[in-house]
Design a protein around this ligand. Structure first.
Ligand code: B12
Ligand code: SF4
Length: 417
């Protein structure tokens, strides 16, 4: 029997990181297309979107539930939005009879923190798990109590591409010129999952078991569809490491050129991989206009401490090459890694002065579950405070954030902390 499924993202009232990038939620897009391929009816309510369509008054969300009458409600939860997700769960429970399913990074990293009102907590990849829950055929070997953990799909090409029709025409960030000057509308696109590195501040190792990619052929076909059906003029590949496989990346660039696709695009990449002259040259030639890289620190001591596996010299080489090739760069650095000193921070500023990225994002480290440093902080208790969601504010966070963000540091309810 065909079912009605409402998929929702919680709003964020405030965030210690800032939350100014309302991009298409690819994860929900993949789940929606998988359900629609099975003949089910899907509605996506993205409360993260400005202007918040159904959240401003929670009554609107409950009206939406009453209007759509879903059989299932699926809520996508990041650690940062866990508090708001709890409110969505409460409203859902009070407004309809739907079975409640939660998934996403927080469900994967801290599944037992969800209240009993949640009928299923999906750990890891969601497409097949949600489809089987909705169709009443969860495989018993992947279900324990209410926790569902399916193996990762071996070949990502077997999945349908995101159900873009849910997002087109809505108030997403179609113009990302604050980061890279790409011709709008820019579609954000997730073309790989996972990462084979293990940087100690990053929770990716807890989220995806293996590194997998869509094939270059499938990505190029989808780009053609985005151009033809939705007038896409650029693509922003939002994923951990677009270039992990040099062979796949070169093939993708070749295909774009062979097909004569004049598409501007941007990626996120690791410096040690993308500083390769052939690779960067090929990216530039086939339309890649911008690369976001995790510089993290200008201190080799910190780069080694976080197990980044890059050197300061490699960072310098990457920026020299990208400036030569005219590829715009967006450098992300983190301050406040446990063990960092004032001298390390000076080295970071000095490196940024030398390499001159086109744009810089300075963040202050917060502990998110699933990372090595998170577990270390839990053990050493070297923190100012820990939120109910699990987020850890390391010692010195407040003072450093005040300096780096140059504004009073608020907690997530808006109170000064
Ligand atoms: C693109 C992206 C963003 C976009 C999100 C756009 C959007 N609306 O979704 C933007 C820029 C807005 C963003 C913001 C932030 N992000 Co972000 N982001 C990513 C990134 C790079 C890709 C996400 C993605 O598309 N993945 C691909 C899809 C297929 O995976 P997915 O979304 O996880 O969905 C799958 C499963 O999780 C699951 N699933 C997801 N939802 C649901 C729902 C149900 C019901 C079910 C059953 C399953 C399920 O099934 C999906 C399909 O398999 C990830 C890293 C990563 N590789 O996942 C970080 C990541 C999700 N972000 C992270 C963080 C920390 C942030 C910020 C706090 C950063 C900041 N500086 O502000 C904010 C917080 C925003 C928030 N609302 O919480 C962390 C989250 C960690 C955590 N514990 O929650 C991640 C994992 C990065 C990391 N390495 O730590 N992010
Ligand atoms: S920071 Fe980037 S390279 Fe390091 S583990 Fe996370 S996703 Fe991989």
């Amino acid at each position: 029997m065909k079912k009605r499924v409402l998929l929702a993202l919680p709003h964020l009232r405030s965030s210690p990181f800032g939350f100014s990038e309302p991009l298409i939620p690819n994860g929900l897009g993949f789940i929606a297309s998988t359900l629609e391929r099975g003949g089910h009816t899907v509605r996506i309510v993205d409360n993260y979107l400005p202007p918040v369509d159904t959240w401003k008054s929670p009554v609107n969300y409950s009206e939406e539930l009453q209007r759509f009458e879903p059989d299932f409600v699926g809520i996508s939860v990041n650690t940062i939005g866990f508090g708001e997700a709890l409110e969505l769960i409460q409203i859902t429970k009070a407004s309809c009879e739907a079975t409640i399913i939660c998934g996403g990074p927080h469900a994967t990293l801290l599944p037992t923190t969800f209240p009993r009102d949640v009928d299923y907590v999906v750990i890891g990849e969601g497409e097949i798990a949600v489809l089987d829950i909705v169709e009443g055929q969860i495989k018993s070997e992947f279900l324990e109590d209410r926790y569902v953990r399916y193996p990762e799909v071996a070949n990502l090409d077997d999945l349908p591409m995101p159900a873009w029709h849910h997002f087109v025409g809505k108030d997403y960030q179609w113009d990302i010129s604050s980061k890279f000057s790409l011709a709008p509308p820019t579609f954000s696109f997730n073309a790989s999952r996972g990462c084979s590195f293990r940087c100690k501040f990053c929770s990716i190792r807890g989220l995806w078991e293996t590194y997998r990619t869509f094939s270059p052929e499938k990505i190029v076909k989808e780009i053609e569809k985005l151009i033809d059906e939705y007038g896409a003029r650029s693509i922003y590949f939002r994923e951990d490491n677009f270039v992990l496989s040099k062979k796949r990346t070169m093939k993708f660039c070749d295909l774009l050129r062979q097909e004569g696709i004049k598409m501007e695009w941007a990626i996120e990449a690791r410096i040690d991989i993308v500083k390769d002259k052939d690779l960067l040259g090929s990216l530039a030639e086939s339309g890649c206009k911008g690369i976001e890289v995790g510089v993290e620190s200008g201190s080799q001591r910190i780069l080694d401490l976080i197990d980044k596996r890059i050197t300061v010299r490699e960072i310098e080489e990457f920026f020299e090459l990208s400036h030569d090739l005219g590829v715009s760069t967006y450098a992300s650095v983190i301050y406040g890694i446990p063990g960092e000193t004032e001298e390390d921070r000076e080295q970071t500023e000095s490196l940024l002065d030398r390499v001159k990225p086109n744009k810089i994002r300075r963040g202050v480290y917060l502990g998110l579950p699933g990372s090595h440093f998170y577990e270390q902080l839990l053990r050493t208790r070297d923190y100012e405070r820990i939120e109910d969601s699990g987020i850890i504010y390391p010692k010195g966070y407040r003072e450093l954030a005040g300096r780096i963000y140059d504004q009073p540091t608020n907690d997530r309810t808006g109170r000064a902390i």
